[in-house]
Design a protein around this ligand. Structure first.
Ligand code: ADP
Length: 480
């Protein structure tokens, strides 16, 4: 089968074989033969085929029993030393030959990359320099049991190696045969380079396909996890809501009971219970909002909203928290903003989350500014214009690399100092849902939300600026 394969490339091989006895003494025959070989491999782009033709030609002509083609790549090892990696391509026989890494200093590597002529195996016994061959190299040579090693160079690079032999007759390789093999190796160089390029591309392609499959799999896994997380939030929040309402209303009733009001001890306990249940209710409500956003089940009830009133409401509710932290809160230029068609309770949550964050991540004595401006109908995404609300603080700021991630649910930029029950404790951790909910609500209004900050620095406090754009509709109008 093998002979048949390369006979396709050397159709008149039998004629050539009849020259074998004479080609060494007849340079014309030898050169004809090499021309034939060269032509037969010109268009071969498949490494294995090239190995078959190259090794097969040599084997057939010189009565050699086996042979291999090795690809040679130079690299560096862990210690920074140059090495040559020999990767075998099956030429003849049923198994790929064993690969080998040769140190640059190895006598075998030195010979093959420096000399542009074959090395016969008898040299290993004759020359003392080969005494320093490593155990691994000796084992590799022993397994190959070859008669001749023919290096293939392209310009100054050692790119391949033909390993041939021994001859079936048992005799060694003559100087003329070595010369012939050397010329053959030179003629193989270009075809080897081309087929290596193709082989590299095929390998790269395989690698891409493998990575792509792995990515696909990871993606599917992530989707399943995300779905499980969404399902968990939805189920947990739904299941928690009813019992919490019961605890909440029962604790309220007990607190209002005139008999119990006389008992300060019970009043204290009931008040703690009630505060805890309110906090839990807020968390459950956030989980419900998140679940609705995730499942695209958020229902908006749009109505004309006057942003100044809405923000002032949030501002007033949170000013007590700002006061606790000795922070100044300022409202700027909100009065002339046009009416926005939106869901007021949902939008209130957006600004509540942004302002409570501004309070939490700003040190005591800092400043929080909420300002607004109207966007003219100039941008294609806001054909009727829009309203931009900016919440800026003089807080610790946010690393630019994290400015998108903080809008992902449960993402927190840092180990929170502690998950305090206090609403506005400096750097006090929350549920990690605030900004994800804010983005979900703003996007459900077809708006945009993002943050600008030069970076996070708890000493210099460069601050953060959150932007919210809400589009105007044809029916929105400016308040009179
Ligand atoms: P959390 O409940 O942790 O506050 P959020 O979704 O509201 O969750 O915020 C996510 C993270 O974004 C916060 O943990 C915090 O690290 C960061 N962050 C949000 N707002 C600010 C801000 N104004 N200044 C600095 N960091 C902020």
């Amino acid at each position: 089968m093998f002979a048949g394969m390369f006979l396709l490339f050397l159709p008149n091989l039998s004629k050539i074989k009849s020259w074998v006895g004479s080609w060494i003494s007849n340079p014309e025959d030898s050169s004809n033969l090499l021309n034939q070989y060269s032509q037969s491999i010109t268009n071969v782009l498949d490494l294995r085929l090239l190995a078959t033709v190259a090794v097969g030609t040599a084997c057939e002509l010189m009565e050699i029993s086996r042979g291999y083609l090795f690809l040679v790549d130079s690299d560096t090892d862990e210690g920074g030393q140059k090495i040559y990696k020999l990767r075998g391509v099956r030429g003849m026989g049923s198994e790929d030959p064993e690969s080998l890494k040769l140190q640059e200093g190895s006598p075998l590597a030195s010979y093959l990359y420096q000399n542009y002529k074959p090395l016969v195996s008898s040299d290993f016994e004759i020359h003392s320099t080969y005494k320093s061959l490593s155990k691994e190299e000796r084992r590799w040579l022993g397994n190959l049991n070859a008669g001749v090693f023919v290096p293939i160079h392209a310009k100054d690079d050692w790119i391949g190696l033909l390993v041939l032999g021994p001859k079936t007759s048992g005799s060694g390789f003559t100087a003329q045969e070595c010369e012939f093999l050397n010329t053959m190796a030179n003629q193989t160089a270009v075809a080897l380079q081309n087929s290596r390029l193709v082989d590299d591309l095929v390998r790269l392609n395989d690698e891409f396909r493998r990575i792509n499959n792995a990515l696909d799999q990871a993606n599917r896994h992530l989707k399943r996890l995300n779905q499980a997380r969404t399902d968990f939030i939805a189920i947990a929040s739904h299941e928690l809501r009813t019992p919490l309402n019961l605890i909440n209303s029962a604790s309220q009733m007990l607190m209002d009971d005139p008999e119990l009001q006389k008992e300060t001890y019970y009043q204290e306990l009931l008040s703690r219970m009630h505060t805890g249940s309110i906090k839990l209710q807020e968390i459950v409500e956030s989980m419900m909002d998140m679940a609705n956003i995730d499942t695209k089940a958020l229902v908006l009830e749009p109505q004309p909203v006057f942003m100044q009133s809405l923000i002032r409401l949030v501002f007033e509710e949170l000013s007590i928290e700002a006061k606790k932290r000795k922070q100044v809160m300022v409202l700027n230029d909100l009065e002339k903003l046009p009416l926005v068609l939106g869901d007021a309770p949902a939008l209130k949550k957006v600004f509540n989350n942004l302002i409570i964050n501004a309070i939490k991540y700003t040190p005591d004595g800092g400043k929080i500014t909420i300002s607004g401006s109207e966007l003219k109908a100039e941008l294609p995404e806001y054909p009727y214009g829009g309203v931009e609300i900016i919440v800026s603080d003089t807080g610790i700021g946010i690393d630019p690399q994290l400015q998108e991630l903080i809008f992902v649910k449960f993402y927190q930029t840092r180990e929170s100092t502690f998950h305090s029950s206090g609403k506005s404790k400096f750097k006090g951790g929350g549920s990690g849902l605030g900004l994800a909910i804010a983005r979900g609500i703003v996007e459900a209004h077809e708006g945009k939300i993002w943050v600008d900050s030069p970076g996070c620095d708890e000493v210099k406090c460069p601050g953060s600026t959150f932007h919210v754009i809400l589009p105007l509709r044809a029916s929105s109008s400016t308040p009179s």
